[in-house]
Design a protein around this ligand. Sequence first.
Ligand code: ADP
Length: 367
Amino acid sequence: MSALVTVEGLQHLYEGRKVLDVERLEVVEGEILAVVGPNGSGKSTLLRILNLLERPTRGEVRFWNGLSLSGMARAERRELGRQMAMIFQEPLLFKRSVRANVEYGLKARRVDREERRRLAGEMLARLNLSDFAERDAMTLSGGEAQKVTLGRAMVLRPRLLLLDEPLASLDAPSRKDLRAYISGMVREMGVTAVYVSHDYHEVLEIADRLAVLIDGTLLQTGRPGEVFGRPASDVVAEFLGAENLLEGTVRECRGGMAVLDVAGVELEALCELPQGSRVKALIHPEEIALLADALDTGSVRNRLRSRVAGMRVLGGLVKVELDCGFPLVAHITRASREEMGIEPGAEVTAAIKATAIHVMPFTGRGP
Ligand code: ADP
């Protein structure tokens, strides 16, 4: 895995206010790296810096050709810029035919007419837009127009594709369609992509890695499963919509195993933080087993007597709201709900392994 782009010690200030602080970030060759975070967290600023549209206040970006941001000659910048393409939320098309729009970048690169035709024709066919080739681009729907901007970018075979909320102004079916084209083409053509979105749901299926950027600070990078399973902090967990993020303190800690106090209830968890630490504990709802009989829990460390406070059926899954001294949500299958006769008001035991509790330091910035 070699880095196509390496960001180091990057800081950016607008009017004296720091809006970006990225100690280190690598964009790995061939990956789709999704940069996610709430609006205003600096995602677009980061993309603009990568795309050479903005000079950072401090720090360095190293590119694949060995060049670094600082000390790059104008001609080198231009050449590097030509190896990147960017797609924005709004499809920026010219009032020309769809074909002319796709050919635009090729023309700017002085590709001859015949070759332009051939490449644009292939690209339109790949996007199932051949029938639209002679249409005025202004008459396209939002989804079609964004497909044309994708074609216009990809026909140039960029080394790095930068996407800034490319689906944000589309309806749900067009989003799904375009997302499939983006990931399909990026993979097929071996392009590396940095995909920015405020909505992590949008990128979960297509991202190889996530970079979580909140309030300008890069808080975590990793594969989506890792970041969801073990968020680096309560702030990341909160942004990812984690359920069962519980506030507590470390009552004792020995050999990597701790007893936590959560609202007066003891929970055993793997944890290295010293006694007295304030923590947030994350328990994924699917890691909680519900048992009608408290004895039937094997080696599971935590057995919490609970009352069923509420229930919601979500397809094949049932979301059970428990009161076990603090509110806790468990996900079980419909079949096991029926088998156990779980109803509001019922008494059950929630069984949670010590390894299923992910403990994070309490930053005070979470909920
Ligand atoms: P995101 O893409 O995550 O929504 P942005 O990178 O657009 O975030 O913005 C990060 C912060 O920088 C925001 O607070 C925004 O208001 C501010 N900002 C962005 N561009 C400018 C600018 N040109 N001048 C001043 N402040 C800016």
